[in-house]
Each structure stands twice: as structure tokens, then as C-alpha cells.
Design a protein around this ligand. Structure first.
Ligand code: 4FX
Length: 246
């Protein structure tokens, strides 16, 4: 998969994509991240990329032309069609379901706004999808782009080793993750739950599912409301509720 990022801070974005699982995915050529700086496409001597807000008011708006030229260069850089995403507080909320679908695309481009955002005409003509990573305002879209790169990059085939992808499966079914433990088995803070040391993998799977269901019920009931539970999950959640309310 190829991801092109249009950003005034290319070094920052390259560093975000160079570490950990995503960095390794790039080394393994499972993922390619390229950056494009609109300032390199500005036509005036001062390399201007922003303009005063029409109608008055505080702040500046990113100019159409440098962004249009940068996106043209993005499209011409490789043959596959590009799905252009704009990160903004006005976008649809990013979810794991959307991450999974984005991860299957051959190419996406991430447009990072700064200042008060981008001229609406550029968005109307060049952007396919507007996404928000949460209901808060940042100084730029780059952190949102970094979130998309990480969430999508780790899903590329071969990016995660078996243990990690097993963990990935447990979460991606729309439940919160279960608790995790490592050595020491006994600590001043408490003991590792005995079932995890039992070697009974069926019991361990059931315990983890029960914990995921219970945590989702306690912390994110909205996720649970959206989900049809199979018979086993319904029984385990009932057990968790009974234990909790005892
Ligand atoms: C005032 O900033 C803007 C105003 C308009 C568009 C983009 C920006 C850049 N900032 C962003 C970007 C994304 C998110 C998010 N929630 O995904 C938060 N802030």
C-alpha cells in the first residue's frame, strides 16, 4: 500500500512513519509513505501557502493553488487511482471498521490542514473523504494523518507477527481488549489470574472473552449496544454482570 501525505511538516510525518511496526512495514516494502510539501509548489518568491480569511476574522486559510499542484504531483507519482482524505474536526469519526477498509486500498493520500483549514473549493473538488480522529481541535492535521498511517500500516499483511495479530483479532471484533499480564506471577500489586497459568486454553479463551465483554459493558456500553452477541458471549456477559453486581 502507498500513502502520500501532503503536509507543511514532511520531516515530522516521515519520522512518525519510520518507527516500530510501521517503520518495519516500510522496510519490508509492505507500505510506502511519501511526503509532499505544498510550499514546494507555491509559485511566488515567498513560497506563500496561506491567505487571509475572506469575510474577515482571525487566522489564515491554506491557498488552493499549492495544494492543487501538490495533489496533481501525488496523482502523477503512481498509476493507481488515489483516495484523498482530509483530516479535520468536521470529518466523519474514524473507526476501526473504516481503518480496515482503508487498509485494503492500493493508495490513499492524506491532506493535512494547518491554520484555520483549507479553502472549501479545493476540498469540494479534490477531497474524497473527510475524517476526524476525535472531537477536539489540533494545530494541524498531521497527528490525525499519523494515526491513520499507524492504524492502516499495522494491518498490512506481514506487518504484525502472529502474537500481535492474534491480539489484533481479539479487539477488531468491536469489543474492548481484555486485561494483559506478564511476570512476575506474584507481585506486591497482586497475582496473575490463575486461569492464565492453567494451560487450559479453552478456559483462557473464555476468560478473556468474558473480560472483554464485561469491560465493554462497563466502559463502552455504546459499543455493546451495536453488537449482536452469540449464545456463548451472552452467557459470559451475564456471568460477568452477576459477579460484578454481587
Ligand atoms: C484548526 O485546525 C483545523 C481546522 C480545519 C481543518 C483542519 C485543521 C487542522 N487541525 C485538526 C485536524 C484534524 C483534527 C481531528 N479532530 O481529526 C483536529 N484538528
Amino acid at each position: 500500500m502507498r500513502i502520500d501525505v501532503v503536509t507543511l511538516f514532511p520531516d515530522f510525518m516521515r519520522q512518525c512513519a519510520a518507527v516500530g511496526v510501521v517503520g518495519r512495514a516500510q522496510q519490508r516494502e509492505l507500505l510506502q509513505v511519501e511526503t509532499w510539501n505544498p510550499r514546494d509548489f507555491a509559485t511566488d518568491n515567498y513560497r506563500t501557502v496561506d491567505g487571509r480569511t475572506c469575510g474577515g476574522g482571525p487566522g489564515m486559510v491554506m491557498l488552493i493553488e499549492p495544494l492543487r499542484a501538490a495533489l496533481r504531483a501525488v496523482r502523477e507519482a503512481a498509476p493507481e487511482p488515489v483516495h484523498v482524505i482530509y483530516l479535520s474536526p468536521q470529518g466523519a469519526r474514524l473507526t476501526q471498521d473504516r481503518v480496515v477498509s482503508l487498509a485494503k486500498m492500493p493508495r490513499i493520500a492524506l491532506l493535512c490542514g494547518r491554520y484555520e483549514g483549507v479553502d472549501e473549493r479545493l476540498l469540494a473538488h479534490e477531497v474524497d473523504e473527510e475524517l476526524s480522529i476525535g472531537d477536539y481541535v489540533l494545530s494541524g492535521g498531521e497527528l490525525g494523518a499519523a494515526v491513520v498511517i499507524d492504524a492502516v500500516g499495522r494491518l498490512q499483511d506481514g506487518a504484525l507477527n502472529d502474537a500481535q495479530s492474534a491480539q489484533q483479532d481479539s479487539f477488531s471484533d468491536g469489543l474492548l481488549d481484555c486485561p494483559h499480564y506478564t511476570k512476575p506471577v506474584h507481585d506486591a500489586l497482586g497475582d496473575v489470574p490463575a486461569v492464565l497459568l492453567s494451560g487450559d486454553h479453552a478456559a483462557i479463551r473464555r476468560w478473556r472473552l468474558k473480560q472483554s465483554l464485561g469491560r465493554t459493558w462497563l466502559r463502552r456500553p455504546d459499543l455493546l449496544a451495536r453488537r449482536k452477541l452469540d449464545a456463548e458471549s451472552a452467557v459470559l456477559l451475564e456471568e460477568f454482570r452477576r459477579d460484578y453486581l454481587r
